[in-house]
Design a protein around this ligand. Structure first.
Ligand code: SAH
Length: 229
């Protein structure tokens, strides 16, 4: 299946957020930094069409196409585009249909996945962030299913998932999430301490065993317990 973009064309903005500015970000992702370039054209296309400036506060919109994480309030951040692209690339190899994300945040990562035609489920513990993300999905015509909950328990009802992305860091892998991963599926997650983590890619083999690979050093906000309104 060739992933298709499902964004409405009118969602594409102008000015500081013009297509040219986005194309420059795509070029930067293609070239990559010390951790290598993004080569999957479908992923690069998704970055090209999803309007990241609509996922941050208006005051930060002019910085939306820089390859950096940006604050989204409540002490949280929208992930760096390279990291979003790398995680997306890492799961696409498994040719997923149904995907679970833990840590909706701004909704940008979920939007990239939905733009690729994937069936997206996402869980966020901060109610206010989730409400904002839902407004963005609606405005962009993106079909993303979301839940306000502590995502460390996953979302068993709709599992198993062909891919799971954890976009907040924990000192150790959350075992409950691996249980909701389908055979042949891939889970990507930052694992490590508060200041730096390794982005891990775990693939579930047919015999149920796990193949682990380290993709890159990354910095994510922590995966926390419980929920907030
Ligand atoms: N994927 C997001 C990144 C947001 S930062 C984006 O594209 O913008 C990580 C998010 O994970 C934060 O919003 C944080 O509130 C959320 N988070 C942290 N612990 C969580 C948990 N246990 N369950 C669900 N979400 C969690």
């Amino acid at each position: 299946m060739t992933p298709r973009l499902r964004l409405q064309p009118e969602a594409v903005g102008v000015g500081m957020t013009s297509q040219r500015v986005r194309d420059r970000l795509v070029q930067r992702l293609r070239e990559g930094g010390v951790n290598g370039g993004i080569t999957d054209e479908n992923v690069l296309n998704a970055v090209r069409v999803v309007p990241r400036h609509l996922f941050v506060d208006e005051a930060l919109a002019s910085r939306a196409y820089e390859d950096t994480a940006l604050p989204i309030g409540h002490g949280q951040t929208i992930s760096q585009p390279w990291v979003v692209a790398r995680m997306t690339e890492a799961i696409l190899a498994a040719q997923p249909k149904r995907v679970l994300e833990i840590g909706t945040g701004s909704g940008y990562q979920a939007a990239i996945l939905a733009a690729l035609g994937l069936e997206v489920y996402t869980v966020e513990r901060i109610g206010e962030l989730l409400r904002q993300a839902r407004r963005r999905f609606r405005a962009l015509g993106l079909n993303v299913r979301s839940k306000h909950d502590d995502g460390r328990v996953g979302w068993a009802e709709h599992g198993p998932y062909d891919a799971i992305l954890v976009t907040a860091a924990a000192p150790a892998l959350v075992e409950a999430l691996l249980d909701q991963l389908a055979v042949g599926g891939v889970l990507v997650a930052p694992v490590g301490g508060a200041s730096a983590q390794s982005l891990l890619r775990l693939a579930k083999r047919p015999d149920g065993s796990i193949e682990e690979q380290t993709l890159a050093p990354v910095v994510f906000v922590p995966l926390l317990a419980g929920t907030l309104d």
